[in-house]
Design a protein around this ligand. Structure first.
Ligand code: PEP
Length: 263
């Protein structure tokens, strides 16, 4: 039987809202209701919202049965035990989460999350049925300026995912987020983003093989995407977006999702 040796193009896109710590509980619920109604007929791609931890359960209740799925911004790697302040993958799943962001650069910077922790979290999430990790990678400005981007991305993928066994029913989203672009108002040049996605996919191909890459992985872009620049990221190598600032307004986020999923 002929083996498929090319990277799959044109997969269903996923658009993920990262609300970070930008909203209080009341505003999170108001925005969740707006998102639910705005996306009620949206069928062109998958949409996920990641509110803060305290809002998760109530936002989940609002989104239940809708087109918009629930994601968390963090998780711990153990199932249970003396881990003050942490939340297990199973508890996230129990309250309706289907996705969880792991290793966002703001966590790497502010609470010293490292790739060993990211590996353990990813493994724990993969082993929780129905929960998909969104693993963040990306170079900083200095690494980019000194032409080390590709090496850094390969190294981060190796540290975060190297040695994981990926089963048929498991899915992983890799979010490529150049650190210098996040929240800066300046997105990466689309051609450069497209190229970086290819590098990531080729690295994943080396690590897991083409079949697993095509079936189990999506690679998405994050970093200052808005309705004004999103159409430039509508490339076949970019399987979706992780959106911060532009996800705090339902109309704006809808425009982003609508444009990135347009043929
Ligand atoms: C993010 O924090 O994941 C992000 C992409 O933020 P922004 O869109 O605001 O750059």
């Amino acid at each position: 039987m002929a083996k498929n040796n090319s990277i799959k193009k044109g997969v269903e896109k996923i658009i993920i809202a990262n609300w970070k710590m930008q909203l209080d509980l009341k505003d999170s619920l108001i925005l969740a209701k707006k998102m639910k109604s705005k996306f009620a007929k949206f069928k062109k791609g998958k949409v996920v919202i990641c509110p803060d931890l305290v809002s998760l359960r109530d936002v989940g209740a609002i989104l239940k049965g809708s087109n918009v799925k629930l994601g968390a911004q963090n998780v711990f790697w153990e199932e249970k035990g003396p881990y003050t302040g942490e939340i297990s993958p199973r508890t996230l799943k129990d309250i309706g989460c289907e996705y969880v962001i792991i290793g966002h650069s703001e966590r790497r910077k502010n609470v010293a999350e490292n790739y060993e922790m990211i590996y353990k979290k990813t493994k724990a999430v993969l082993n929780t049925d129905g929960l998909t990790p969104i693993v963040c990678i990306g170079e900083n400005w200095d690494e980019r300026k000194t032409d080390r981007r590709d090496f850094v991305l390969a190294e981060q993928l190796q540290q975060a995912l190297g040695g994981l066994e990926i089963f048929d029913n498991q899915r992983i989203i890799v979010a490529y987020e150049p650190i210098w672009a996040i929240g800066s108002g300046t997105a990466m040049e689309p051609q450069e983003a497209d190229y970086a996605h290819k590098i990531i996919k080729l690295t994943l191909n080396n690590m897991f093989g083409m079949q697993i890459l095509n079936k189990n992985f999506k690679v998405i872009y994050g970093g200052s995407v808005s309705s004004k620049n999103v159409k430039d990221f509508n490339s076949e190598n970019i399987d979706g977006l992780l959106v911060g600032g532009a996800s705090l307004n339902a109309e704006e986020f809808y425009k982003v999702a609508d444009i990135i999923t347009s043929k």
